[in-house]
Design a protein around this ligand. Structure first.
Ligand code: C5P
Length: 233
């Protein structure tokens, strides 16, 4: 499995310090909106160059097809590996984005975000009840959205490790990226991730990549924990 390190930092300096400590290790860096708003596209380019990094830009686009596909077009010159959009953005948004990637012969992979792993059934119901008075269970929503993504040109999806086995069976060509991962022995403590698994559990279930943030970024010895996680990948 691929290890994606979530650089959820407010400052570029902190991300650079971690990248320095992890130099030479085979990881992909996931840059979310918090850090991206600090570094901007220029900073992203510099970070890529300085650390020869494989990058995943996690901005979770969700807008009309024209806006999202033109945003994807903006990213074409930055040699990114992955970018995310919400599967709930719909077929036209995903198809238009895929068209931009194919037309520019880019290797950028579009990842669809299903239901965020911070949702549990109760919180999900609060959202879904706005669509239907007796909403489908969270897992059914995830499967339907992943199927839509697969039909609409998405390369992979981000989903909970609890859902990956069944989804992989239904969509063997999609890449499955799993957040909400906590390494063996990691002090869990209070967390907003409600459906967590260990790296080996994700691997057994057929995940292709894991996203790990705080267990690495808040660790005093990040290199050690990354090496341990890589052994389980
Ligand atoms: O710190 P932690 O390991 O919980 O970070 C997980 C990362 O994965 C965060 O950057 C979060 O935004 C992202 N993510 C998630 N659930 C999703 C999609 C992305 O937690 N469904």
């Amino acid at each position: 499995m691929e290890l994606m390190v979530a650089l959820d930092y407010p400052e570029v300096k902190q991300a650079a310090e971690l990248a320095d400590q992890l130099r030479g290790l085979p990881v992909t860096y996931k840059i979310g909106s918090e850090l991206f708003l600090q570094m901007g596209l220029k900073g992203l380019h510099e970070f890529k160059k300085q650390w020869n990094a494989s990058l995943f830009l996690d901005l979770k686009f969700h807008d009309i097809p024209n806006t999202v596909s033109r945003s994807i077009a903006q990213l074409m010159t930055y040699d990114l590996k992955y970018v995310t959009m919400h599967l709930s953005g719909g077929r036209s948004m995903m198809e238009a984005s895929r068209q931009v990637v194919d037309q520019s012969k880019s290797t950028l992979q579009l990842l669809g975000v299903s239901v965020l792993t911070s949702f549990d059934e109760a919180e999900w119901k609060e959202v879904a009840v706005a669509i239907h008075p007796s909403p489908a269970p969270l897992a059914d929503t995830v499967s339907a959205w992943v199927a839509l993504g697969a039909q609409s040109g998405i390369h992979g999806v981000v989903c909970s490790g609890h859902e990956v086995s069944a989804l992989k069976k239904a969509h063997p060509t999609l890449k499955f990226i799993i957040p909400g991962v906590r390494p063996d022995g990691f002090e869990k403590g209070p967390s907003d991730q409600k459906r967590v698994l260990t790296p080996s559990e994700v691997k057994k279930r057929g995940g292709d990549a894991i996203v790990v943030g705080r267990p690495i970024t808040q660790n005093e010895q990040p290199k050690k924990i990354v090496e341990a996680i890589l052994r389980d990948c």
